[in-house]
Write a protein that binds this ligand. Structure first.
Ligand code: ADE
Length: 216
């Protein structure tokens, strides 16, 4: 899966994409990350990408031309890719969205990371999905883009160590956290004991206990 990131701050992704699971996924050839620097599509000698909002208001907006040129450049590399805009105005991003993005066969992703106080709304004509990753406002779309990338890549076949860890993972529902509590050694940590059923070896009992303890 090709994942292209359109941003003014590509360096923000360095640590996340080159660590742990995401790095391994790229090394295995399951995913290819690349950057499209929005500044390269800026206008004039100063490579301007922002301007003041019509109607007044604080701050600057991303201009439509540089963003759309960047999207078009990314689509040239991967014409079937889905264009995703993280935005506080989008639909809440759910595990079901991660799954849908991960299963689209052969369809790469283009993540458009907005900055400043926002973007010219007309760019949404070039966007397939708008997501918000929570009911709060961040300084840009980079952190939400990393969250979306992480949640999708871990679902791609061959990425997680145990082949079906992602499949058996318990986030089946859209709006519930259904993960069950887990424990590792030692059995007794400062007087806090591992629930005995988990060391009983009885798989049916363990499964029942896990079902009963789902959610937070
Ligand atoms: N950009 C700024 N805040 C955001 C949020 N909560 N979700 C997605 N994109 C954003």
């Amino acid at each position: 899966m090709k994942i292209q990131i359109i941003s003014l701050f590509p360096a923000m992704f360095d640590g996340v994409l080159s660590t742990s699971m995401l790095r391994k996924a790229e090394e295995k050839g399951i995913v290819q990350f690349s950057h499209v620097n929005l500044r390269d599509f800026g206008q004039g000698v100063r490579k301007t990408v922002d301007d003041t909002p019509y109607g007044g208001g604080d701050g600057m907006l991303l201009k439509p031309e540089p963003v759309v040129l960047a999207i078009e450049a990314a689509l040239k590399n991967d014409p079937e890719a889905l264009v995703i805009l993280p935005t506080p105005r989008g639909k809440v991003y759910m595990q079901s969205d991660a799954k849908a993005l991960a299963v689209k066969p052969g369809r790469g992703l283009i993540l458009v990371c907005a900055r400043y106080e926002g973007y010219d709304e007309r760019i949404t004509k070039w966007v397939d999905h708008q997501y918000r990753i929570g009911n709060y406002v961040l300084t840009g779309g980079e952190l939400p883009a990393m969250i979306i990338i992480d949640s999708v890549v871990r679902l791609l076949p061959g990425v997680l160590g145990g082949e079906n860890s992602a499949a058996i993972e318990s986030f089946q529902d859209d709006d519930e956290t259904t993960e069950f509590p887990q424990y590792t050694r030692p059995e007794d940590f400062r007087g806090l004991k591992v629930p005995p059923v988990l060391i009983s070896g009885n798989h049916a009992d363990i499964e029942n206990w896990r079902q009963e303890h789902k959610g937070i």
